[in-house]
Structures are given as C-alpha cells and as structure tokens.
Design a protein around this ligand. Sequence first.
Ligand code: A2P
Length: 317
Amino acid sequence: PKVALRSGNATPMPAVGMGTASFPLVPEATKNAVLAAIEVGYRHFDTASMYGSEKPLGEAVAEAVRRGLVQSREELFVTSKLWCTQNHPDLVLPSLRETLKNLQMEYLDLYLIHWPVSIKPMPITSRNKKEDAVPFDVEGVWRAMEECQRLGLAKAIGVSNFTTRHLDKLLAVATIPPAVNQVELNPAWQQRTLRAYCAEKGIHVAAYSPLGGQNWDGTGRNAVLESDALAGIAKARGKTVAQVALRWIYEQGVTSIVKSYNKERLKQNLEIFDWELTDEDQLKISQIPQKKIFEASDLFLQEGEFRSVDPADLDIV
Ligand code: A2P
C-alpha cells in the first residue's frame, strides 16, 4: 500500500520503508541489505546525510537497475535529511546537491529537516555538543527547502523530530506546508497528541524506531520487542512481535521506517498487510506504558525550546 502525500507533485509513499541508520555504518553491509530489501519487495528507502548511508544506498540502487531488479530509480521512494550542521538557509541547497551526488540521483522523493536544531557549520558528526548549537532560523531554512521543491530536486519536503510547538512555528511561515513529520513512534511511544495535530493539519506521520530502536538508550532493553502485551497478541495471531508492532502502526495511518539488515526479517516486516488486529488487541496496545527512548541527550535538551519530549506528548495514557 501507498500513501498520497499532500504536496503537488509528490510520489505516493509506500507504507513501509527500509531505514538505513546503522552505527557504526558498514558501507558494504548497507549496500547488500538494500539489494536484499529490493529483492524482497521494498520500494521505499530512508537515509540522511548524517548516517553515512547515502553512498551505499545509491550504489545498491544503481546495481539493482543494472541487474534488472527494478527498471529505474523512478520505481523507488527515497528520503534523505538535512543534518543540524547544515540547518542554515544558505546551506540547504548545497547540502541537497551533495546528497544527490552521493545517491547518484537527480531528485529525492522527500527531503526532511532532520532536527529542529541548528549547529554551527562543521563536518557532519553525530557527536555534537550543546555549546555548538545556534538559533534555528526556521523561516529562512524553510524558504530554502521550498526552493528545493520548486527546483524539482525534492518532490516533497518535510521535517523530522518536530513537536507540535515546532510545527506551529513552521506552519506560521510556510508557503508550502510540510508533507511529512518523521518521529519516534511505536507501541511504547504512541505520540497520540502529535498524531492528532498532524491529522488536523494534513501532515503525514512517519515512524522511526517502529520496533523500539537499536538500543539507542544504551540499556540493552527494548520496550517493543520485549513487551509482554505485544507477545500475547503475537501468539494469538500467529505473528511475530515485530509484525504486531508494524501492523499497529499501519492501522494508525502511519508509515514505518524499519531497519533490518537481515533478509528474513526484512521480508517478515513487509508481511503485515493481509491480516488485522482486533478491537481487543487495540485496547491492550493502548494500555502499554509509554516511554520515549531517543533523548539524544548530548544536544537535544530535557528543558528549553528544543527539549526532545514535548509535554503535550505526555498526556497520552
Ligand atoms: P537487524 O538489522 O539485525 O534485523 P528500529 O527499526 O525500531 O530502529 O529497530 C530495528 C532493530 O530491530 C534492528 O536492530 C534490527 O536488527 C531489529 N529487527 C528488525 N526487524 C526485526 C524483526 N522482525 N524481529 C526482530 N528484530 C528485528
């Protein structure tokens, strides 16, 4: 299934996409995983300048076309993101051109502002420091994002990790409203308030860490894959916990960006479209305790304007 994005010329977005954030990134493993994903049916890929996965993704797509797995790049939906160090009005267009060069592509299907945070210009790294943060010129950056869409270099533009407060500020200045907000979302962080807001404003929601993430919080625990409630539902439906989580996200009208570099799990994660959760399953999932995993605490603060948890998201249970 595909989702129509509001923006004029946008490519319909397949309801499950493959994520390529993997730390440390091994280019050959990423390339092989993308090829395996194309073989089992993925047509939607998510990358970012910060992940270092643009080049291997581009190589995999070029090879898939050479091998005839797909006829052309046009059959795929490709998203990339503007990193915080690039989050400055005059750096948007050059950053997108660099991204397109890495991907060996003429256009992106979707270009996102990665975080509502600007860091002074410097080489891209995930280890940024609070002292390097500078005020985020949301209006100036969004004008430049709009220009990327007008030039046809991005068929749609959007944001990531924006709370309702950030979206309010953006919508007040946008000529082209954001088509998508990609956020942490899964049965253990359901984002009800944000989803209701985005539905009202016509912003499609995409979910990262739909399976609870790759141990981002360093505890070794996974609130989704280790959930007893989800395990019970999975057993009753003859599905895996991952499939129950992805099916629940799909039933909320949200697109999952799910990372697996394993061909069997890649395949399994697409097998969620020919069965349903019951009302009782939905009720059980709605009662799962809520906890955000990804605090990105080096930079994204617990307090102040760019804190990563919006108090509005906390009235969810
Ligand atoms: P792997 O690449 O070894 O499959 P998220 O997408 O929430 O960030 O989490 C993805 C994590 O869950 C990855 O570490 C991935 O590891 C693992 N994973 C992906 N699909 C499944 C699945 N179907 N069952 C169990 N673990 C999975």
